[in-house]
Design a protein around this ligand. Sequence first.
Ligand code: FAQ
Length: 344
Amino acid sequence: MSIKKPELRAVDSPNQPITQDAHEAADDARVGWEHFQQLMEEDKRVEPRDWMPEQYRKTLVRQVSQHAHSEIIGMQPEGNWISRAPSLKRKSVLMAKVQDEAGHGLYLYSAAETLGTSRDEMYQQLYTGKAKYSSIFNYPARTWADVGAIGWLVDGAAITNQVPLCRASYGPYGRAMVRVCKEESFHQRQGWEILYTLSHGTEEQKQMAQDAVDRTYGPALQMFGPPDGDSPNSQQSMAWNIKRFSNDDLRQRFVDMIVPQAEALGLTLPDPELKWNEERGHYDYADLDWDEFFSVVKGNGPLNHQRLAHYRAARDNGAWVREAAAAYAAKQADATRGSALLSA
Ligand code: FAQ
């Protein structure tokens, strides 16, 4: 797909006199566009200082901020299990994982800020319910086994989607992804280990693990986004080297990866149509419930209201901490300025 060249006019109206400044601005934009085009062709990185088409900037702010919101809301299903984890070791590992997700949100908000959208604006979009975040986090984590299924399947899907994003054309996003992916692999292993322990425990524990996998499998596959034919953003994002693979390609890669893993766990994936297709060299799998997906994305999933209400309450209750931190920082800055003046 070719990249649409923006209109580079020196003035908006043909009746206006063309000023020197307008000429220079048009020249700058033309040089910027050519440079951007060259970066795309050579598969090199775009940095915050570089000129970029407005649509490229908007696409990135959309994707990166949605990704950040997903990490932040994504703390809730597992955070809910910290106080009920079955041992001190499980509790400390889970606390570290949930804390990592907060860190991922912060790296991603920082990356999005370099595109010119303030963090407060992004927080506000999430607070008011205007922003999207990943559909998966609108489902409940009913038992301890769900914490295992989230780690194995949700973090597993996240890694499959995010490893290619380490090569995203926008530098700050790609670099944030490198660290995020390292931490997500640890998360996936802790989920796998919880499920392995349960599936090799009592009959009741094995059943608990199976139920959690049954609940999580479909929504985890939907994390990759709608089918390619219903994905309005994919084609342009791939032309801009932001996304490297289509939603369906990544979903297939994930299915191919988890089938043998499920066998090793001694658990089954809840799809009677799952079957190796010799000709394609991939597993065939049943179509997913896309009506349910779009309903969740529109805000009507099992826990959309609860997740947002919890986020708003946490943000409101933490307002005094932010105010105190800002007041302390202002005081420190005044003191530093004062001592600089004295020593001058
Ligand atoms: N949920 O045209 P496309 C994690 C929206 S992080 C909700 O295909 P695109 C870590 C999409 O925004 C998980 N909405 O869009 C963790 C668009 O709406 P818009 C998050 C979805 O951007 C683990 C519309 O549908 N990961 O799990 C979903 O090209 C455990 C049309 O879709 C990322 O964000 C969905 N599943 O492709 C934390 C990765 N899918 O904006 C805690 C980065 C699509 O036009 C515990 N993002 N939509 O109104 C991406 O790779 C892409 O944005 C996709 C969507 C693949 C998610």
